[in-house]
Design a protein around this ligand. Structure first.
Ligand SMILES: Cc1cc2nc3c(=O)[nH]c(=O)nc-3n(C[C@H](O)[C@H](O)[C@H](O)COP(=O)(O)OP(=O)(O)OC[C@H]3O[C@@H](n4cnc5c(N)ncnc54)[C@H](O)[C@@H]3O)c2cc1C
Length: 128
C-alpha cells in the first residue's frame, strides 16, 4: 500500500467513504495523498527492554520531561497525549508529582468512554 500509486489510493478512499455512507452520489472534486513515515510506534522484538534503558537514561535529567506518542514511544491516542501534556505542566509547577511513564501503560486501546456529569456540562475534568 505504501508504494501504491496515488490514483489507486484515491480510488480506495472513495470506495471506503461510499461504503460507510459518508459519500453517496456526490462527485469527488479532488484529492491528494500524504505519505507520512513512522506514524505508529511499532512494538517489535525486545522493545520493552530497549525502551527501559532509554527511560533510565532520560530519568537522570531532572529538568527534562518526554511526552506524547513519539516522545514516550507509546501507542497513545489523542486523549493520552493531551493528558501527558497536562500532567507535564503540573510537574513544572510541582516537580515529581506525576510519573508520566504511567500514562497509557496498560497497553489497552480504548476508543469508548462514558460521559459523566462534569463533561456533559462542558467542564472537562482536569487531573489534580
Ligand atoms: C493514521 C492515524 C490515525 C489516528 N487516529 C486517531 C483517532 O481516531 N483517535 C485518537 O484519539 N488518536 C488517533 N491517532 C493518534 C493521535 O494522532 C496521536 O495520539 C496524537 O496526535 C499524538 O500527539 P503527540 O503530541 O504525541 O504527537 P503529534 O500530534 O504527532 O505532534 C508531534 C509534533 O511534533 C512535530 N515534530 C516532530 N519532530 C520535530 C522536531 N524535530 N522539531 C520540531 N517539531 C517536531 C511534528 O511535526 C508534530 O507536529 C491517530 C494517529 C494516526 C497516525
Amino acid at each position: 500500500m505504501w508504494q501504491q500509486p496515488e490514483a489507486e489510493l484515491l480510488s480506495l478512499a472513495e470506495q471506503e467513504l461510499r461504503k460507510i455512507g459518508l459519500l453517496r452520489d456526490e462527485k469527488i472534486a479532488g484529492g491528494f495523498v500524504v505519505r507520512l513515515p513512522r506514524t505508529y510506534p511499532i512494538y517489535a522484538g525486545d522493545y520493552k527492554h530497549i525502551l527501559s534503558e532509554i527511560q533510565t537514561y532520560i530519568k537522570q535529567f531532572e529538568n527534562l520531561q518526554v511526552v506524547g506518542r513519539y516522545g514516550a514511544f507509546k501507542y497513545n491516542n489523542q486523549d493520552h497525549s493531551l493528558l501527558m501534556g497536562i500532567l507535564a505542566a503540573q510537574n513544572v509547577l510541582n516537580p515529581g508529582k506525576h510519573d508520566l511513564w504511567e500514562v497509557n501503560s496498560d497497553s489497552e486501546y480504548v476508543e469508548e468512554a462514558s460521559v459523566d456529569a462534569a463533561s456533559a456540562t462542558g467542564k472537562m475534568p482536569v487531573p489534580q
